[in-house]
Design a protein around this ligand. Structure first.
Ligand code: DGL
Length: 270
């Protein structure tokens, strides 16, 4: 048993989709969430910058005495996965869990992956999927405008801008007749209904946030590191974004619960 919190970070609000899934499965775990909203998006930055930011994000969480780290960010997990190996506690990215689920789900062997530009450029999903199964075809598509859409709360299923964007980004994957689609960025599950509509109802959607949450639950259970249930669950949230109300409102909607314990962190202090 281990009552220390689980540390989760992302470039912004997207990682809250992983927190939501994690607490659905493990409602007794404490969470410390770090959203680098002041520097979002990460997905159009260089590998070096992404790695530097990710190290700072991890260090912040480690100072909060977390028992495990989750890079709930497809971009960090793809472009800077090596930094997770340096961590003194178990550290998870979102690539492997999503790749495994997609390989299990596909029938035709035609798997689509959407993510940020840095994620697509890294080739990490492609490598991971084809390591698991050689006879699949992986079709990648960058959707860089989805992240700002979510960060600004334009997430309504009926929103014409979001819909148009989803149709434009997903048309090539539709033409490629994929039967499985990985949401390789943790912001995207927020847009899942729109994405599903645009790619076709017959395509299985794999959420990297949900698959990673499942894998973390398995690991904690297997290692006997779950919280013992003697304490009341608590989630603390930290953001480098200056607009705390935005984080509370949009983030709360994504998280599915009110975000009460929220603090601002100055980037200079990271
Ligand atoms: N949620 C991040 C990801 O999974 C968004 C990246 C970004 O900030 O561009 O890739």
């Amino acid at each position: 048993m281990d009552n220390r919190p689980i540390g989760i970070f992302d470039s912004g609000l997207g990682g809250l989709t992983a927190v939501r899934q994690l607490l659905r499965l493990l409602p007794g775990e404490d969470i410390v969430y770090f959203g680098d909203t002041g520097r979002v998006p990460y997905g159009n930055r260089s590998r070096e910058t992404i790695a530097r930011y990710a190290r700072q994000d991890c260090r912040f969480l480690l100072e909060n005495d977390v028992k495990l780290l989750i890079a709930a960010c497809g971009t960090v997990s793809s472009a800077a996965a090596d930094i997770l190996e340096e961590m003194p506690v178990p550290a998870f990215g979102v690539v492997e869990p999503a790749a495994k689920a997609a390989v299990e789900a596909t029938h035709s062997g035609r798997i689509g992956v959407i993510g940020t530009s840095a994620t697509v450029r890294s080739g990490a999903f492609q490598r991971c999927i084809t390591d698991l199964r050689q006879d699949v075809q992986v079709i990648m598509q960058a959707c860089p405008l989805f992240v700002p859409l979510v960060e600004n709360g334009w997430i309504d299923r009926e929103d014409p801008v979001a819909r148009g964007m989803a149709e434009r980004y997903l048309q090539p994957l539709r033409e490629q007749r994929i039967d499985t689609l990985i949401l390789g960025c943790t912001h995207y599950p927020v847009l899942a209904p729109l994405i599903q509509q645009a790619v076709g109802e017959n395509v299985s959607i794999i959420s990297s946030s949900e698959e990673t949450a499942k894998e973390v639950v398995e690991t904690l259970t297997y290692r006997g590191h779950l919280a013992d249930g003697s304490l009341e669950q608590h989630s603390s949230f930290y953001t480098t974004g200056e607009d705390l109300d935005d984080f509370r409102n949009i983030g709360g909607h994504i998280f599915g619960y009110p975000i009460d314990d929220l603090s601002y962190v100055d980037i200079k202090d990271l």
